[in-house]
Each structure stands twice: as C-alpha cells, then as structure tokens.
Design a protein around this ligand. Sequence first.
Ligand code: S3P
Length: 406
Amino acid sequence: MLKGNIYLKGDKSISHRIVIFGSLANEKSKIYNLSNCSDVVHTIQILKDCGIKIKNDKDFLSVTGNTFTSKQKKFDCGNSGSTARFMLGLLPFKGLHGTLHGDDSLSKRPMLRVIEPLEKMGLKITNKTNNLPITFEPSIAKNIDYVLNKPSAQIKTAMILASLNNTKESFIKDNYNTRDHTERIIKYLLNDISYKKQTIKSFQYHVPGDISNAAFIIAAAILIKGSDIILKSVLYNSTRLGFIKVLCQMGADIKVLNKTEKQNEVVADINVKFSPNLRGVKIDKSIVVSMIDEIPIFAMVACFANGMTKVSGAQELRIKESDRINSVVENLKNCGADINEFKDGFTILGNKKLYYTNINNYNDHRIAMTFKILEIILKKRIIRTNQNLISTSFPEFYTILGDSYV
Ligand code: S3P
C-alpha cells in the first residue's frame, strides 16, 4: 500500500514558462522547486545557449535575463513539444536565427499549428514544414487579434510570448479553456493582463507540485488496498483538474485540503485513499482538455471500475509523444482489458481480470508510467525500468513510489 505525505517537484508546464519569464526579466530571478525533468532541462539549455545566465543554487535556480545573443545556430528541444513551440514564439522575436531540432518522436509532431498563427505575427522561417528541424530568422512581432482554432495551450503560449515584443496590445482568445499558466504568470509578474511589450522585473517564484505527475500516484493509491496518502502543495488550477473531478464522479475517495492561492495559482493538499468501488463514467471534450495528459493513466484506472467508461473528443491524443489513443488501447487490450478504440477516444468495459504482459511504451514517458503503475498493482512490487524515459517528465517517480510503498 502507499502511505504518508508526498512532496512533488514543480509542475512541468509552469516550470517551462517561469524559466522563460526569468529570461525576460531585467535582473536576477529566483525560482524554487523547479521541475528537474529532461523536458525542462532542454528549455533551460536553449536559454543558456542564447546567453541567458542560469545557475543552480542550493535550493533555487537563478535566472538573469534580458540579453538574448547567440553564436549557436542549432537548438535541441529533445522530446519536448512545449520547448519547440515556445521557442518558436520566443527566439525569432528576440532577433535570433537558428534551427530547432528534436528527437525522433518530436520530429514527427505537428508544427504548422504553431507556425501559421506565428507567421500572422511576423514569424520568418526558411523551411515551412510541419516537422522539426525548422529554421527561423530574426522576426519583428506584429500585434494580433486571434481566436485559437485548436485546443492547445502551447500554441497560445507561443503567441503570447511573441506578443510581448510589440508595444501594441495583442488579443488571443481561448474558447477551449486550455491551461492558463502563462496568463496567470503575466498577471502575477506585471499586475496587468495585457499582451504587449512591458518591463518584467526580477521575481521569486515557488513552483507548486506537478498535478500531472500526481495523477500517477493518485491512481496507484486508489487501486492499491490500504493506501492513504497526502500529496502536499500540489497545483490545483481549474484548467488541470479533469482527472481528479472525474475520479470523484466515479466514487474515488479523494479530499482536497488547505486550498490556498500562491503567486496567482491555486495550491492544495490532496488526500487519496484506496477506493474499491469505482463506477464507469462518460467524458467528452469539455473535460478532456483539463486532463489531456492524464488520459492514459485514467484509462488504466477505468479498467478497474464497474460498468462502461467512454472517452470521446480526445483526438489531440493522437499527436502527443505517441498516438496515445492507440498506445493505450493496444497495451490494455494485451493485458486483458475489454477496450475498443475509435477515432477520438475509446470505450472500456471495466472489471475484467487483467494480467501483466509485454508492454510497448512507444518511447512515450506517460505510457511507460501508466503501465508501470499497472505492473505495481498486479505484481505487488516495484521493478525499476525505463528510468531515462520516465525522467522526461517525472525523474523522481521511483523514489516517491519506493518511499511511500509499505
Ligand atoms: C502543455 C500543453 C498541452 C499538454 C502538454 C503541456 C503546456 O499540449 O499536452 O503536455 O504546458 O502548455 P498542447 O498544447 O499540445 O495541447
């Protein structure tokens, strides 16, 4: 069973953004509890390649911003979609030119979705292609009045970053209600929510615990008999709460304690107990957006619920680090689940007997962690494999599971 208090490193989405804002601030900023996952390390390295001074101190990262200069022409985004898309909204408009690269998985992911709106804002690229590598040139930012046509916070953030280089205000409307950390950081740092050029003063920021990483621990606690944990100081932002809300609807024993606001984000402690009587549930695109990264682990949990679960409106999952609809359905089916795939989701008839078998994780960190949690549930022990892949988003996955598993 899982027991005790658990402290998570900082949320990955906020970590990328706050380091970038550190690079835009006029003096030295201090960031506490930053994620140390390899995706964020790629964002940090690119900023360093651009002349931003970033140093690891004992319990914080210091970022001294405001001077983007680079001899380097090749920027490595690794596996990180956020890094690639954010950098397209940042570097060209800071007067840099160069080429963004990524690993095999990232090099297959769509980029025109961010290039096209950024071109409307003045982005200049030499090879208009849907995939990395992409070469960009110094670009002058134009202001824009735009309504997002894809449910993507990465596109929204790239556009907001570009908008911070023009004195005329931009308007970027998000009717999908995707994660809003960039907007919240701007409000926190500038006391203003307009997207235009303004001076960002140096700041201190403590990144709340990663709610997407919490989802794996929550799933384990719900499904392992006797578990009772408290995840301390976790991000509790309403655009990220789909997983917890849907689990509560299914009958999971989850209590939210000590809700407070810090740095314009809500933070809370989350108490999770073993929940043996889960019921299937129907979810559609209105809630999927707030649990997009948690759908793989959610599918695994739904296999232990009574009755039918249906997920629809989740086609964005097909263009993540792997085609996550396919990778989840194929692996769960191989484990004995009654699961059927369709274009934008799947159905699961729960409570079939599952067994652990060979898993194809498609080199996708969240698929690897989903099936690792299933393995722990079925084999009742932790076998530490794929640490490097898992470190893409959650380096302390095994340490936390190991420390709380009794
Ligand atoms: C993210 C947005 C989402 C999410 C990704 C992180 C962000 O991607 O899946 O893990 O930090 O903005 P999309 O913008 O492609 O939906």
